[in-house]
Design a binder for this molecule. Structure first.
Ligand code: 5GP
Ligand code: MN
Length: 331
């Protein structure tokens, strides 16, 4: 479905509840809270149900949100919106059954290919760099070119656009993103506040964690085309580091000259969580992540292997990627 359908359902709603994905990143925060502030500006009631902790860099931006949702409260809303969430099981909805929530009047706004959130209205734009960019576009088209984004909405949307594109560096960066970012900047947002919070506020402990990671955990394979790292729990414990703040850790692998693919993995409860990135369009990572049950974007994907051992899983994925990079049969 199209943006127009999204505009219609939003326009008809009066009380809107917004949710986003588990382990929220900058675009999850940006799209959910950015939309909230737009809807408030449009005279609607809008709340964000946000039951999981935000990355530390985003905390200072957050406005009011709900961490709990009673059945009585839920009844007040005539529309539920899910942003930046590729699949029902990735939506952060606390103790609520997502299948039940999806039976209600609902809208999904997302930029993941193969989105499987079957909301009443679904607007999915895989070429959009961020869900936040889609929401900026919706505001611009719905309210017209002269519409000035409210400063708070613009700030959140910029937070999402910046983080999902790695500060306009990743391959998803396109003219549309720059255009939407310019629109948001035009509202009077303090850009340096966003940049300082996201890129120049690293706790010293995190810097030391990253130094240890680079020094002792990064491995190179496939004649330099693959950089990867397996993160043991002891490394997290040593620096008190939580991967909630590890969105950019993968960039320490991707930035290495000559690499095409990078990945890291770590234990999350009984599961093993993988992040994959590619910077060579001949070797997108999505097909490999999908093969093992994961998903995401062509050049940035993730995977969770349930009830798996860290070392064995890492070996298996590494061997698969080496075959993939060497043009051999890997499936
Ligand atoms: P990240 O590596 O930053 O966690 O995620 C990169 C992309 O992969 C995101 O678009 C995210 O939606 C997707 N992704 C991350 N983890 C998983 C996962 O466990 N399963 C699936 N299907 N997709 C994931
Ligand atoms: Mn996103």
């Amino acid at each position: 479905m199209s943006r127009i359908a999204a505009e219609k359902i939003l326009s008809a709603a009066q009380n809107v509840l917004i949710m986003t994905h588990v382990r929220p990143d900058g675009d999850a925060v940006g799209s959910a809270f950015g939309l909230k502030h737009l809807l408030l500006d449009w005279g609607k009631n809008a709340d964000v149900f946000f039951p999981e902790p935000a990355p530390d860099y985003a905390v200072g931006f957050l406005t009011e949100y709900k961490t709990e949702l009673t059945a009585e409260e839920l009844e007040k809303y005539d529309l539920l919106v899910f942003t930046d969430s590729a699949a029902p099981e990735r939506i952060a909805c606390g103790n609520w059954d997502i299948a039940e929530l999806l039976k209600r009047n609902s809208l999904c706004i997302d930029h993941h290919e193969n989105n499987s959130v079957n909301a009443a209205v679904k607007w999915v734009q895989p070429r959009a760099a961020a869900a936040s960019a889609m929401i900026a576009e919706l505001a611009n088209q719905y309210k017209g070119a002269e519409y000035q984004l409210p400063v708070k909405a613009a700030e959140f949307l910029l937070l999402g656009m910046t983080t999902d594109s790695g500060c306009f560096r990743f391959s998803n960066t396109n003219p549309r993103l720059f255009f939407m970012a310019a629109l948001a900047l035009n509202s009077g947002v303090e850009w340096s506040r966003i940049i300082n919070a996201v890129y120049f506020s690293k706790p010293r402990q995190q810097q030391l964690f990253e130094a240890d990671f680079v020094q002792n955990h990064v491995q190179i394979a496939a004649d330099g085309k693959l950089a990867y790292a397996m993160l043991p729990q002891s490394l997290f414990d040593k620096y008190g580091f939580d991967m909630r703040n590890g969105e950019t850790l993968i960039d320490l692998l991707r930035e290495i000259k000559g690499t095409a693919i990078s990945f890291h993995c770590y234990k999350k409860g009984n599961d093993v969580k993988f992040s994959f990135r590619s910077k060579d369009e001949n070797y997108p990572v999505l097909p490999v992540a999908r093969k093992f049950g994961g998903g995401g974007h062509l050049m940035a994907a993730g995977l969770t292997l349930p009830d798996a051992g860290l070392e064995e899983s890492c070996e298996r994925i590494k061997d698969t990627l080496i075959r993939y990079l060497n043009g051999k049969s890997w499936e």
